[in-house]
Structures are given as C-alpha cells and as structure tokens.
Design a binder for this molecule. Structure first.
Ligand code: MRU
Length: 342
C-alpha cells in the first residue's frame, strides 16, 4: 500500500503506525500496529480514539493484512473481531460493512486496499464539508466551548467539532475556546488543548464542573461537540459529560451543536436508549494514568460506575452539522434521521 500520513495514523513500508494518544502531549510516540490483537488493544486503551479514526485504522489494517497474504476466511474473522472493539461508535461498523463488501470480491486484495484508501480520502473531505457548514453558524467574536477531542487526532482530516472551530478561527470569528478537560480520561486537557495550541487558537482549559459557572457568567456563545452515534430520532451518543453540557446550554439559552460526518448516523438505531454504551475500568475513575505515570486517589475498594458515553436527547440539540449540510430540529421532528442520508 502507498504511504499515508494523517495527524495520528501513518502507513510506512506496508505497516500501520499509530500516534499513541495516551502519551500525548508530553510524548509523541508512534507505535506499530502489526495485527488485529494490537489494534484492538490500542482502541480499548484509547491510544487510538475518536469514532472516525477507529473506523479508518481498522479498515487500513484489514487491507494491509490482505496484502500480507492473510487468507479470505481469516480476514472475515479479523473484521468481526475489530467490529467488537468499540461498541458505541457506528463509523467503525459502517466502514467495516464497506470493507466486508470489498472482501467478497474474487480479487479482494486490491479491492480492500482501494476501499481503505477511499475511506481515508472521503474522511478528509467529510471533515472539510463539516467545517465549511459549521463555520457559517459561528458569529464573529465567539467564545465557544467544546468537550473531549474531535480534531485532527480523531479523524484523517481537520476534525469535526474542532474542525468547525478551527475553520471559524481562520475566518477571524473565534475569540476564545473553552476546553472541558473531559473526565475521566482527559482528552480535552491533553489532546484538544494540544491541538488548539499547535494551531495558535486561544483557549482556556476548565474542569468539566466549571462549565456551568462560565455559562452563568455569560462567557459562552455556543457549544460544539462531536458524536459517536446519531440515532433515528436525532438522539446523540458522545463522550460522557456531553449530556450535562446540553442541559446547561438549554438553561442558559446557549446554542448546542453536534458536528459529525453522515457515517456517524445510524438509521437502524431508533433512539438513544438503544445505543450500546461501553462501560470502562474502575481505575479510570479512581485515579489517572498517562505518560506522566499513574496516581490513585480513591480507596482501593471504591465501587465505581464508569460509562464511556452518555446520550443527549434530540430536544436539547440546536443543530446537527453534517458534511451533507445542517440538519435543523424541525427536520429531525419530520423524521430526516429515520432514513439513510445518502
Ligand atoms: O473516547 P473517545 O476519546 O474516543 O471519545 C471521542 C468522542 O466522544 C468524540 O466526540 C467522537 O468519537 C467523535 S471524534 C471526531
């Protein structure tokens, strides 16, 4: 396969490499990803994260394994194992469905390679379209709040919600970004802060629990988040903490936008209650670990509840900003998400 470079994925000499998102921003560690077990481990530990990036890394690995001579029956097995690695993100399932169709071809090796490369190119284009549509909604002088990380690290392109913010900043419309640190895994504090710094976009990092206070002080003009899955009724699953931001936004009269590619939409999922939510290890809540080491502050035997995502009801969302355009609450009430968007 030809070499590829995105912010957090590389193909070099027919090998997949991933930028370890657990080690950033202190360390820039590129790790090899030679087989399915390695990629599943990277996804589960969130070294590879962000719904679009997970789908792309799985697709590229399958194509590389095919090129390396893996038999067709084993590739089917590998594909199903990868499908299990992140239950909430539907981009992974959508990408793997396309790879499965490619795998059914008699000349499946070049077909898989072409499809994986197409998915990467498409993702870049989807991000650009989302950024264009979203930036039109950003008013000059905006102070925007975002959660988790939805930038170039999480996609092959400029990102989704963070791509909108960056595009609006290029247009001179962003005064400042409030960055939720995003407990428990700190994707905001570690990754979004790093990406905004790299792009010289002014930001201030806050603990998640400070968002209400900055909204009450009138210091937030709009909230922009990403999505792991958009259900047929417009409900959205996203990183834990998103729902509380949407409730706060409603109370304070602040627009709340979800930015995502159409590949995040799942017309077969009736509503948020039907979206599977991954439960994660207690250690992520009882302490924290990263390139800086590990700390535990809670008692050894602390009982923990650690859902990775929550569901924001459609009624709290001001607009779904997709590559295909901006979907309004009225269109959602009329059932636009009940059918495929393409
Ligand atoms: O657990 P993470 O860090 O992968 O969660 C990421 C999110 O919730 C994102 O908003 C979503 O995957 C979209 S990333 C463009």
């Amino acid at each position: 396969m030809k070499n590829i470079t995105t912010t957090s994925l590389r193909i070099r000499e027919n090998q997949l490499w991933i930028l370890d998102q657990q080690a950033l921003p202190q360390q820039s560690d590129w790790r090899p990803c030679p087989d399915v077990a390695a990629l599943v481990d990277h996804i589960r530990t969130l070294r590879v994260r962000g719904a679009p990036l997970i789908g792309l890394s799985a697709s590229l690995l399958l194509a590389l394994l095919a090129e390396g001579g893996m038999p067709q029956s084993d590739l089917y097995q590998a594909l199903e194992t990868l499908r299990e690695s992140r239950p909430t993100a539907v981009n992974l399932m959508n990408n793997l469905d396309r790879m499965k169709a490619a795998l059914a071809h008699t000349d499946f090796v070049p077909t898989l390679v072409a499809e994986a490369l197409r998915l990467v190119d498409e993702d870049r284009a989807l991000c650009d379209s989302i950024a264009d549509h979203g930036a039109e909604l950003v008013k000059p002088g905006s102070r925007l709040l975002t959660h988790c990380n939805t930038g170039g690290l999480a996609t092959a392109g400029v990102g989704t919600a963070l791509g909108v913010i960056a595009r609006a900043h290029q247009q001179g419309k962003v005064e400042q970004v409030w960055v939720d640190e995003t407990r428990p895994l700190l994707q905001g504090g570690r990754l979004t802060a790093w990406e905004l710094g790299e792009q010289r976009i002014p930001y201030r990092l806050i603990c998640d629990s400070m968002a209400a206070s900055v909204m009450a002080q009138g210091k937030v003009d709009a909230i922009w988040v990403g999505a792991d899955r958009i259900a047929a009724n417009g409900d959205v699953a996203n990183k834990i903490g998103t729902y509380s931001l949407a409730v706060l936004a409603k109370y304070h009269g602040i627009p709340f936008y979800v930015a995502a590619p159409h590949t995040t939409h799942d017309p077969h999922c009736p509503n948020g209650a039907a979206i599977p939510i991954e439960q994660r290890a207690a250690s992520e809540v009882t302490g924290v670990s990263g390139s800086f080491g590990s700390v535990q502050w809670a008692p050894e035997d602390a009982q923990v509840y650690n859902p990775a995502f929550d569901v924001t009801p459609a009624a709290l969302i001001s607009g779904w900003v997709l590559d295909v355009g901006v979907v309004t609450p009225e269109q959602v009430s009329e059932g636009i998400f009940a059918a495929s968007l393409r």
